[in-house]
Ligand binder design. Structure first.
Ligand code: HEC
Length: 430
């Protein structure tokens, strides 16, 4: 760990930052010149009206009234929320502040929170434009297919978390070749995260609107799906864009199953979320395949965590039968999950780090996208280790008193999955 600058007296800190090579000497740190660009890039996608962040951070006044708090949550790296260990591996969709950005914010607060002069024509950042996009686009615009939940879901005013399934038929007679997947939460305040699955069996329609805990939904959860993990969405990561020339195939007659987690609400509200696919033709495209490691591959079975037990499970794949290149990776656990690490051991014995989430947070699980293709040669093995905490001292434990927990889709059950999108063959080394 590096020592944090903030533990120094604030005048020293201010001096340090003032003499930082990237900041012109003698120049005051101001909101307009230094702080605003950082917040525009890293914060406003969530901290805007109607978005998931608890208050907006778009204007000087909004930022000023939370200034001390902003310095605190950035110094501790609580914000922006990014759960993967950046020392282990970087990702293309990473939202992390640099040491210098954190120091700049701290210096601004310590130095008197000056506003400075606004540029004459404030440039609108991309992030702002994105949150201001009009909603309710028609279903198909250019190469985009957009589908919405069939009925607006009434989120009850019971101040409880809700986990719901929705069945959204695509009614596609042909295979779809998808370049990007975007999830558009209808109620940005309350949609906490979402998982998109694909079903071609035609047998899951009845799951629409059911709670994950409803005994009637359990039967549907036993149906094998064509894609149990098409996309995992959390706020701030609105889309996954596949690398040029790569497509995800969606079979004819697919229905999407959305598994949406709603935050507790004290007022009755509704949600009508949508999914948008950017489509292309199949010519010259490489198909993205899914490789899912599940509890079956656990080497220290059974996958059961006794009441008041802390337990680590190990999962390993068979040696790969072909060369592959990884595009995305998504670990998945539920509320007892504490940490997740995956790596690959290559035939020559080298270790390739894949992903490490040291402080697992069920609410911020996401699809991590590699900055460029990550080559894993034939004969390599993929390992994963996951820690679970079923004690009462785990604040997220859904069962108090704690009870023995095993594998299941339900939020109070547990899972250990690793979902990898890959293409055959060896790509560029990242
Ligand atoms: C991906 C969405 C997202 C991004 C990006 C994000 N925030 Fe947040 N922020 C949240 C949510 C959700 C909460 C409330 C829940 C929580 O505290 O985890 C929050 C809470 C906060 C809080 C209050 C913390 C508390 O304990 O109540 C502050 C201050 C804050 N954010 C500042 C920032 C700053 C500064 C940035 C950019 C450097 C940022 N956030 C980026 C979603 C986001």
């Amino acid at each position: 760990m590096r020592p944090t600058l903030i533990s120094l007296p604030s005048f020293v800190l201010t001096l340090l930052v003032m003499t930082h090579p990237m900041l012109p000497a003698q120049e005051k740190v101001t909101y307009w010149q230094h702080v605003r660009p950082i917040l525009q890039q890293h914060c406003v996608t969530c901290h805007s009206p109607g978005e998931v962040g608890p208050f907006p951070l778009r204007t000087f006044d909004e930022v000023l009234s939370h200034a001390g708090f902003i310095a605190h949550v950035t110094r501790t790296r609580y914000m922006p929320p990014w759960k993967a260990d950046t020392a282990f591996r970087h990702f293309a969709n990473e939202n992390v502040l640099s040491e210098q950005e954190i120091a700049t914010i701290a210096a601004w607060v310590a130095g008197g929170k000056e506003e400075g002069a606004a540029p004459r024509e404030p440039r609108k950042s991309k992030a702002v434009r994105r949150t201001m996009e009009p909603s309710g686009l028609p279903s198909i615009v250019n190469d985009r297919l957009r589908v919405s939940m069939r009925h607006a879901f009434p989120i009850p005013a019971n101040n409880r978390e809700e986990f719901r399934f929705f069945h959204v038929p695509l009614r596609n007679n042909d295979t779809l070749y998808v370049r990007s997947i975007r999830f558009i939460p209808g109620n940005r305040k309350l949609v906490h995260h979402a998982r998109i699955m694909c079903d071609t069996s035609g047998l899951t329609e009845g799951i629409d609107g059911l709670s994950a805990e409803d005994p009637h939904s359990v039967d549907f959860q036993t149906k094998p799906l064509s894609d149990p993990f098409l996309y995992g969405w959390v706020p701030g990561n609105d889309r996954i864009q596949f690398p040029e020339g790569m497509v995800k195939k969606i079979l004819p007659g697919t229905a999407l199953i959305l598994n949406i987690h709603y935050s507790p609400s004290q007022t009755s509200q509704t949600d009508s979320s949508s999914v948008e696919f950017e489509l292309t033709g199949p010519e010259g495209k490489v198909e993205l395949k899914t490789f899912t490691m599940t509890e079956e591959l656990i080497s220290n079975k059974p996958f059961r965590i006794a009441a008041e037990e802390r337990k680590t499970f190990y999962m390993l794949s068979e040696p790969l039968l072909e060369d592959i290149s990884l595009v995305t990776i998504m670990p998945h656990m539920h509320l007892l999950g504490k940490s997740f690490k995956a790596f690959s051991v290559l035939p020559a014995g080298d270790v390739a780090p894949l992903v490490h989430v040291p402080d697992w947070d069920f609410n911020w699980q996401m699809t991590y996208q590699y900055p460029s293709l990550l080559s894993i040669p034939k004969g390599s093995v993929i390992y994963a280790t996951a820690e679970y905490d079923n004690t009462r001292s785990n604040p997220r434990n859904p069962n108090i008193p704690s009870r023995e927990t095993g594998q299941g889709w339900g939020t109070k059950d547990e899972m250990m999955n690793l979902v990898i999108y890959y293409v055959p063959g060896l790509g560029r080394k990242p």
